[in-house]
Design a protein around this ligand. Sequence first.
Ligand SMILES: NC(=O)c1ccc[n+]([C@@H]2O[C@H](COP(=O)([O-])OP(=O)(O)OC[C@H]3O[C@@H](n4cnc5c(N)ncnc54)[C@H](OP(=O)(O)O)[C@@H]3O)[C@@H](O)[C@H]2O)c1
Length: 221
Amino acid sequence: MSIRVNMATSLDGKIATTDRGKIRLGSDADIRRIAELRTWADVLMIGAETVRAEDPPMELNDTDACLCRRREGREEHPAVAVVTGSLNLPVGRTFRGPGRRLVVTTDRAPDPTPQLRAAAEIWRVGDARVDVLALVERLAAEGLERILVEGGGKMAANFFEHDLVEELFLTITPYLLGGDYAPTLADAAGVFESPPRFDLVDIESTAEEIFLRYRRHMEAE
Ligand SMILES: NC(=O)c1ccc[n+]([C@@H]2O[C@H](COP(=O)([O-])OP(=O)(O)OC[C@H]3O[C@@H](n4cnc5c(N)ncnc54)[C@H](OP(=O)(O)O)[C@@H]3O)[C@@H](O)[C@H]2O)c1
């Protein structure tokens, strides 16, 4: 199992505005980087709030990369998993397109609408909240071992809280968003008991952005 998080932030560390309005932070270079990471992934994970805010298309728009995956005996397109406790999801662009679609929810969630049931497999993993450890196990059992968490902040926090994130890919974009309550890339409900530390392993820059790659710090034995 290998888990990566990829997100773009403003100069002041926000991933969106306070009202979670639609805003594109990354440039075309960032979009190419997203495609590279999606090529690596077996499954792309996003939180329900991101689907409600953006209804993002979750595809690998790179024919060569798809062919390459097929030659390696993998699915051409990564699966997409949306995590939600409420099942309040628009059945729009996120649920269209190639690749398996999963909605991961809880035992307490209401029955899905017929539209949602037709658009995705519904998994119930956890009682009050989706149990991320159990989810990762279930994904692995289905051969979905490379997980790319694409946001938002609450979604990613699940993985940081359980110290599951192996690598963090961060794009620093040239905007200042402000806002006390604007989301950040790890919006955990509480504070981390022991703040996870990451080592910077790669840095690239263009005229407008910085691409950072961090790997989970391992204490020397
Ligand atoms: N800059 C970037 O790279 C980037 C990337 C992605 C998203 N975004 C932006 O980030 C904002 C959304 O981020 P966000 O932190 O507010 O929300 P989010 O992480 O996208 O979604 C949060 C929602 O996911 C569900 N969820 C997450 N963990 C769960 C768990 N363990 N059990 C049950 N449900 C769980 C809940 O859905 P329910 O409410 O349905 O129960 C929760 O309200 C949007 O504005 C989006 O555009 C930016």
